[in-house]
Design a protein around this ligand. Sequence first.
Ligand code: XMP
Length: 328
Amino acid sequence: TWTMVNIVEEQVEAIRARVGDAQVLCALSGGVDSSVAAALVQRAVGDQLTCVFVDHGLLRAGEAEQVERDYVEATDVKLKVVDASAQFLRALEGVSDPETKRKIIGREFIRTFEAAAREVVAEAAHDDQPGEIEWLVQGTLYPDVVESGGGEGAANIKSHHNVGGLPDDLEFGLIEPLRTLFKDEVRAVGEQLGLPPAMVWRHPFPGPGLAIRIVGAVDGERLEILRRADAIAREEVTAAGLDRDIWQFPVVLLADVRSVGVQGDGRTYGHPVVLRPVTSEDAMTADWGRLPYDLLERISTRITNEVDEVNRVVLDITSKPPGTIEWE
Ligand code: XMP
């Protein structure tokens, strides 16, 4: 629309004026906010922007490819991919406590991003590029600004429980092109910039990813089970045309619980997965999503048929409060 064209043009001008010939860095997570923010900055300063995508191995099926392939194709952004999944898995080994998982993931993320940032700086110097890296792009939205008191500058990096939270000792100025926008406006800007619809309309997804949707310790095998079950649930919701009717749809693997089932002549002893579709305005409160029974049935049948280790599918019908959206 006309307004979105204006927002894009205005921001592009403002970013150009601020950045000059300096270099800019952005951590991409695959989420809507960082994707749209980075695409705006790319539009403004092109190859002066380097995006870093830390693949922590905790994303859902297809999400890393979405960033590495589709996003790059749509934006022409200069992307540095760090496959850190082995490192994250090692650090998470044997850890079941949710807050400990979050701390470990946050710590490993910062380490990995800092190392990548140093490499980008070194490469820039080597290539004789004009400016130093002076700027960091953040996908801060208007509601984040209000929540954190509205101050501008480095102290305002959104850190709550976002994996994107960065340490203060990185000496960058912040570029926050979405600071005045609400989520629906950010999506409209994303569409305007030609980003893949699957990214623009992606449901919120927690920074620690699937690690906090495995109740129990995280390992490669459990991640694979959950990834397959989650992909089926997402496929079916999309096929039913209901993506935009729900806020989020966590699928949770109860990895430490086993339940008895029957298949053919045999008894199975597998794991349950929990479907947790919710509706919400802002994630502060939520209601359980009333998905049609025939859709739930398709999801259940497919998961138990196609994912060997899962023999039971249960539906979470708890509102928030008292339940949270995630199980951890
Ligand atoms: P809860 O589970 O507290 O979640 O109802 C509210 C919203 O926050 C997301 N969430 C997180 N996001 N890091 C994140 O970046 C986290 O550790 C985290 N924990 C929960 C959750 O997906 C929901 O959108």
